[in-house]
Design a protein around this ligand. Structure first.
Ligand SMILES: O=P(O)(O)OC[C@@H](O)[C@@H](O)c1c[nH]c2ccccc12
Length: 257
């Protein structure tokens, strides 16, 4: 499934590349104002920080929310106290787009994460051209040389890579890159199974100079507290916020957990 998602994302990127050559996207990326310093925005603090995600659907859960106005949702995330906004830009399974990311970028002053199955430099330039400050890299989907190349390119463009892991080996590969923002996804992207205790088992392996992000499996404030107690600096929440009628106050509650 992860291989399918990555292959689809790459072929979609190739199709776009035919319409908009890489040189042009690279120019657009370089013409953007500097990216926001996401490491500063997500630095460990007294309270856990939250990256709030805009996600219409997912392969495991199907359709989650219609989200007619992603900018308005991002605004309520910002008002609720989110430290960054994640925007799913994958179209086929998650119903997202780079247009969503651009809208969000125009609306909030928080750092914005391009959440997608990134496998090519083209997708990284596209992210910056759309105004992204952070780009997700999924270790399980990439060979180490490609992972290293994309990680370096994201940094070169002034953005911050969020390096996503799901095992001790993958945390080690992230650490080998010198990654400063490392996520542990509770969801196995090959089986879609959730393991809310995985973060706690892997957190100690994340280098001390990296920010620790717990991703997925937050439904209630108690789940945020569970991650915080296990050492998370940042928690990434999607479904619970997009399916909530009042994401702003839900975020406030999560931040007080
Ligand atoms: O909706 P949740 O369970 O709160 O999860 C959010 C986020 O962690 C999840 O969307 C995610 C984490 N890593 C990914 C990689 C690709 C697509 C999606 C994801």
């Amino acid at each position: 499934m992860l291989a399918d998602l990555t292959a689809n994302a790459v072929s979609d990127a190739r199709a776009r590349e035919v319409g908009r050559p890489i040189a042009e996207v690279e120019r657009a990326a370089l013409a953007r104002p500097a990216a926001i310093d996401a490491l500063a925005a997500l630095a460990p603090a007294d309270r856990v920080r939250i990256i709030a995600e805009i996600k219409r659907s997912s392969p495991s859960r199907g359709s989650l929310a219609a989200i007619a106005d992603p900018a308005a949702l991002a605004r309520s995330y910002e008002l609720g106290g989110a430290s960054a906004i994640s925007v799913l830009t994958e179209g086929r399974k998650f119903g997202g787009s780079l247009a969503d990311l651009e809208l969000v970028r125009e609306t909030v002053s928080l750092p914005v994460l391009r959440k997608d199955f990134i496998a090519t430099p083209y997708q990284v330039f596209e992210a910056r051209a759309a105004g992204a400050d952070l780009v997700l890299l999924i270790v399980a989907a990439l060979d180490q040389p490609v992972l290293a190349e994309l990680h370096a390119l994201i940094l070169e463009l002034g953005m911050t890579p969020l390096v996503e892991t799901h095992s001790a080996d993958e945390v080690e590969r992230a650490a080998d890159l010198g990654a400063k923002l490392i996520g542990v996804n509770a969801r196995d992207l090959t089986t879609f199974e959730l393991d809310a205790d995985l973060f706690g088992r892997l957190a100690g392996r994340i280098p001390a100079d990296a920010i620790r992000v717990a991703e997925s499996a937050v439904k209630h404030a108690a789940d945020v507290a569970h991650y915080r107690d296990a050492g998370a600096d940042v928690v990434l929440v999607g479904e619970a916020l997009v399916t909530d009628g009042d994401p702003e106050s839900t975020l406030r509650r999560f931040l007080e957990a």
